[in-house]
Design a binder for this molecule. Structure first.
Ligand code: PHE
Length: 446
């Protein structure tokens, strides 16, 4: 890139990397179980409304800050508003990246364990799925081994850098991931008895919706799109000045939402076809699907494909989280990239141990009623990411000058965007998004 920094070679690569960050365990693991707990189709409708009306503009705001500053998320706002207090927000971003990565790698570890078991054809018989899940998650050492492997693999990809690591890997992984998930969705919706699951996805039950549901949907939208904590900002800073950020953002949001719906289509029909409950909670993906795979012919092979897909999705999100921390360490503290990766992954691994143990040995240890794992998960998605997103939109709407924002959206006039489009987006960023985030957070938390 012009300033000698590593960066994405092209728009397609940037898009694949962003989709890689967005599509992840949020879509495959978190979305289905939240939807199962919160009224199925009703949750989906609220979620999609948030993505279109709020999240695309918020993502653009974050992207603009990143690309304009061309620096890591810790310093991006400071470099655009030198001498102001805005720079302090960078600390929040790096902190949130550390917290998310800590519990995320634990679930990434479970995924690797399941992939390993499906490759060795060891996935459980129908009756034992719940036992397997507790073996994989609540033992002391087993999950830690897989979690460490997961973190090490993410680190290895990052060592190669942005263009040769992140971009190259994402360009191969993402198309593969979509092919696998589409095949699985078709297979699942053709299962006998799948129709109940399909109607759960299509018939909204608004009686299950309350302020908490709405906050959960907003938090999930932020989590799933990777917005509000500097990941999009960091990747944005690697995007060329000529790239069309409006189309990259829209395509990322579209792909992510489509993927979440496809994940719902894989999981819900199967849940209902086997007479299980959609409100199983975080174990939904890991308990229900192995049972499904164990009863149909060729299920073993499907299990391998499925957990391989979950693994691809998880790791491409994990290294985007790690990159937020690594970019900060290497650019701000002037530590070599390799050492930065080592430090960042060690810190996360240490916290991951706490998250992992809180599923077993430390399950009784609670802070404010939450285990470490739940605390990191809920705190980031429902509090810190909305706060991060709020600060970003206020920054772009009230601190940055409008012509600067328009300059980003139009890539300094190289990309034609109709004024009605950027004016509407700007209006949402300046007024609607801050009000909506504040209102939803107040109602959901109080
Ligand atoms: N979006 C990712 C997912 O859905 C998680 C993530 C959050 C990644 C924040 C990066 C930043 O799994």
């Amino acid at each position: 890139m012009s300033n000698g920094r590593d960066g994405f070679a092209g728009s397609m690569g940037a898009l694949m990397a962003l989709v890689g960050s967005a599509v992840g365990l949020g879509n495959l693991w978190r979305f289905p179980y939240l939807m199962g707990n919160n009224g199925g189709a009703a949750f989906i409708i609220i979620y999609i409304a948030f993505v279109i009306l709020l999240c695309v503009p918020i993502m653009l705001a974050e992207f603009s800050i990143g690309r304009r500053s061309q620096i890591n998320a810790f310093s991006a706002m400071r470099s655009l508003a030198p001498g102001s207090k805005w720079g302090l927000i960078g600390v929040l971003f790096v902190l949130v990246a550390v917290l998310i990565l800590s519990f995320y790698s634990v679930v990434g570890g479970w995924t690797m364990d399941y992939l390993f078991q499906s490759i060795t054809f060891n996935l459980p018989e129908q009756t034992k799925a719940a036992d397997t899940f507790s073996l994989c998650t609540s033992s002391t050492f087993r999950p830690l081994i897989f979690t460490s492997v997961f973190v090490i693999l993410s680190s290895i990809i990052l060592i190669a850098g942005v263009k040769d690591g992140i971009e190259k890997v994402a360009k191969i992984m993402m198309p593969l991931l979509f092919v696998i998930i589409i095949a699985l969705a078709i297979k699942s919706s053709l299962l006998p008895g799948a129709s109940k699951g399909l109607s759960f996805l299509l018939r909204p039950d608004f009686s299950a919706v309350n302020a908490q549901t709405i906050l959960a949907a907003l938090g999930q939208a932020f989590f799933s799109l990777s917005i509000g904590m500097g990941a999009i900002m960091t990747y944005g800073s690697y995007v060329r000045r000529s790239a069309n950020i409006l189309s990259i953002t829209t395509a990322t949001a579209l792909a992510d939402t489509l993927f979440a719906l496809l994940a719902g289509l894989v999981i819900m029909p199967a849940v209902f076809a086997f007479g299980m409950s959609a409100s199983e909670g975080p174990g939904l993906l890991f308990i229900v699907l192995p049972e499904v795979f164990s009863v149909f012919t060729g299920g073993g092979l499907f299990a391998i494909l499925f957990f391989f897909a979950v693994f691809l999705a998880a790791i491409s999100s994990a290294f985007s989280l790690l990159e937020v921390i690594v970019a900060y360490l290497s650019e701000e503290l002037k530590i070599s990239r390799r050492l930065s990766i080592f430090i960042a992954s060690s810190v996360c691994l240490f916290l991951a141990v706490l998250c992992s143990l809180s599923q077993g040995a430390l399950s009784e240890f609670k802070i404010l009623g939450f285990t470490f794992f739940d605390l990191f998960d809920t705190l980031t998605a429902n509090l810190l990411m909305p706060i991060g997103a709020l600060l970003m939109v206020v920054f772009v709407g009230w601190k940055m000058r409008k012509p600067d924002f328009v300059d980003e959206i139009t890539s300094a006039g190289k990309v034609r965007v109709k004024p009605i489009i950027y004016n509407t987006i700007y209006f949402i960023i300046k007024y609607i998004a801050p009000l909506a985030i504040i209102t939803i957070m107040i109602c959901g938390w109080l």
